[in-house]
Design a protein around this ligand. Structure first.
Ligand code: ATP
Ligand code: MG
Length: 352
């Protein structure tokens, strides 16, 4: 069976370090592994409109930002098809058919949707489109017969729902669609990176992000103002590393050789954590180390981004070509789907 990757992001803002560790880093690795026949990376503008219907300009402007972030982290248009969701109308058609295979109560049980409804203050008036976005996401994945979806932990319920739709479709209409699996980051801290404010998830919608495109002084200022252990008041106080975003970021980002380079008095992260837990290690020192670690990781990304910023017509050409290619693939799946669902009236002669 062909090995196919589909993944994407909502153009609701520039991408942040949570995206990077949660999905982008893995995507680039998989893209370059040579093990995949096709890689599709989608800018999910239609999904972004489900909770930004009144702000199309925001979505429009962020297409460019997300595309630049992709190219900056190393998504290679020669190896991956980068495309815009709404430029592939087959995805909308597929969503409409899948809606018949899912109950309202099943979507209501999706824990990510539940949390997002609350976060957006939608409790009393949920836009139908927003409510249905897990179904539309199943269409996005299956239209490309994707086998693998590299994503953060918040996407697990979406993938579960997608697999259910695939099973139901195949059961009802005959074997047509492929069940995808999620690939989570190997590193536990990267599955759901918290915000700099200590909130459970760094998220564009919560404004608690370090962006991939932030300038060095902005990164430093954000790191230095990060939420840490509120019980660690004096340097001599024993501290907590669990749930402490500064240590979670170090878990997600720091490499063993960076100790020798920036903090030679410690051999590794375990030693640093032990000292913090015992007491006698100040937050500022740990934050300065984290700043060095992040600056090292983000510097080449920012530089590549600046190069692409100077070639915007080329960026849009990449999106245009990627969208045309994606539409071609999705149309083939739609032909299979229509055939299985017996709605390919003009391709069959049994009706007349
Ligand atoms: P929004 O607030 O608009 O939903 P977002 O910041 O949650 O934006 P998405 O575009 O919804 O970003 O997510 C894109 C991908 O990045 C998904 O695979 C998601 O799991 C992953 N991701 C987003 N935030 C994090 C995070 N804090 N930690 C790990 N992965 C993340
Ligand atoms: Mg999200």
């Amino acid at each position: 069976m062909k090995q196919i990757i589909l993944t994407g992001d909502r153009p609701t803002g520039r991408l942040h370090v949570g995206h990077y560790v949660g999905s982008l880093r893995e995507r680039v690795e998989l893209q370059n592994s040579g093990k995949y026949d096709e890689v599709y990376i989608m800018i999910a503008d239609a999904q972004a409109l489900t909770d930004n219907a009144d702000n199309p300009e925001k979505v429009r402007q962020n297409i460019k930002e997300v595309a630049l972030d992709y190219l900056a982290v190393g998504i290679d248009p020669k190896k991956s098809h980068i495309f815009i969701q709404s430029m592939v109308p087959e995805l909308t058609e597929l969503t409409f058919y899948y809606m018949n295979l899912v109950t309202v109560s099943r979507v209501q049980r999706n824990p990510t949707v539940k949390a997002e409804i609350q976060q957006r203050g939608f409790e009393t008036s949920i836009p139908v489109g927003f409510f249905c976005y897990p179904i539309s996401q199943a269409a996005d994945i299956t239209a490309f017969k994707a086998t693998v979806v590299p994503a953060g932990e918040d996407q697990e319920p979406m993938l579960e729902q997608c697999r259910e739709i695939v099973r139901k479709f195949n059961e009802t209409y005959g074997e047509t669609l492929v069940e995808p699996k999620i690939v989570l980051p190997k590193n536990a801290a990267s599955k759901r990176l918290p915000g700099i404010d200590g909130k459970a998830k760094m998220s564009k919608s919560l404004g608690n992000c370090i962006y991939l495109s932030d300038e060095p002084d902005v990164i430093k200022q954000k790191v230095m103002s990060m939420y840490t252990d509120p019980t660690h008041i004096k340097v001599s106080d024993p501290g907590h590393v669990e749930g402490n975003p500064v240590f979670i970021y170090l878990d997600a980002f720091c490499k063993p050789e960076q100790f020798e380079k920036y903090l030679p008095e410690y051999k590794n992260l375990d030693e640093l954590k032990d000292h913090y837990t015992r007491g006698g290690l100040g937050d500022m020192k740990v934050k300065r180390f984290l700043n060095n670690v992040l600056q090292e990781e983000l510097e080449p990304i920012r530089a590549r981004r600046k190069e692409w910023e100077g070639k915007l017509p080329e960026v849009f050409e990449i999106l245009k070509e990627g969208s045309a290619y994606a539409e071609h693939t999705a149309a083939q799946t739609l032909a299979d789907v229509r055939h299985s669902m017996k709605i390919d009236y003009f391709d069959q002669t049994d009706l007349y």
